[in-house]
Design a protein around this ligand. Structure first.
Ligand code: GTP
Length: 155
């Protein structure tokens, strides 16, 4: 278990065990790769981030992950696997989020990308991502770095 502060100084607990905080997490986040590039989306308010969002009623967390990737980037999942789960102690509420790793086989143009501007493909995520205004706060805590090193991947 890793414990650290996020960009907003909220406490985050991250674990690579099988859903240690909740069997029915309400949020998902997916580290996506498409043709040797990172597949992110540009959220209209938060900026660049890996796709993700809320689990809808009647949906599993994995199903939500696959849906969110399609809605926010047009990405069609080839393979997706569970990576870990984190718990954020927020000022007003707590958030439990599953992290997945997905390989994407195609990008289908969507009529709407909802609250995002659609897919963004990157060769590299900058090592100084924490200082970059164009990136979302979700990319600026140790969830990303610990998950990538758990997956043996580099920025
Ligand atoms: P919407 O209903 O989609 O507008 O969401 P919201 O603004 O209510 O936020 P959400 O319920 O997704 O999260 C509430 C708070 O939890 C956020 O303001 C963040 O402080 C925190 N939070 C949510 N997701 C993450 C995350 O991935 N990482 C970190 N560190 N904090 C998060």
């Amino acid at each position: 278990m890793y414990i650290f502060k996020d960009y907003y100084h909220n406490e985050v607990k991250l674990s690579f065990a099988d859903q240690p905080f909740s069997n029915s997490p309400l949020h998902v986040w997916v580290i996506c790769v498409y043709k040797d590039k990172w597949l992110l989306t540009k959220h209209k308010e938060r900026g660049l981030e890996f796709p993700g969002g809320k689990v809808e009623r009647g949906e599993s967390a994995k199903e939500a992950a696959i849906r969110e990737i399609k809605e926010e980037t047009g990405g069609i999942v080839e393979k997706i696997s569970y990576v870990g789960q984190y718990f954020v102690s927020g000022k007003f509420e707590n958030v439990v989020k599953n992290v997945y790793f997905a390989t994407i086989c195609s990008l289908e143009e969507q009529k709407t990308y909802y609250e995002t501007c659609g897919p963004v493909l990157l060769d590299h995520i900058p090592v100084d991502v924490k200082q970059r205004e164009e990136y979302s706060f979700m990319m600026k805590d140790s969830v990303l770095t610990y998950c990538l090193s758990h997956l043996n991947l580099q920025l």
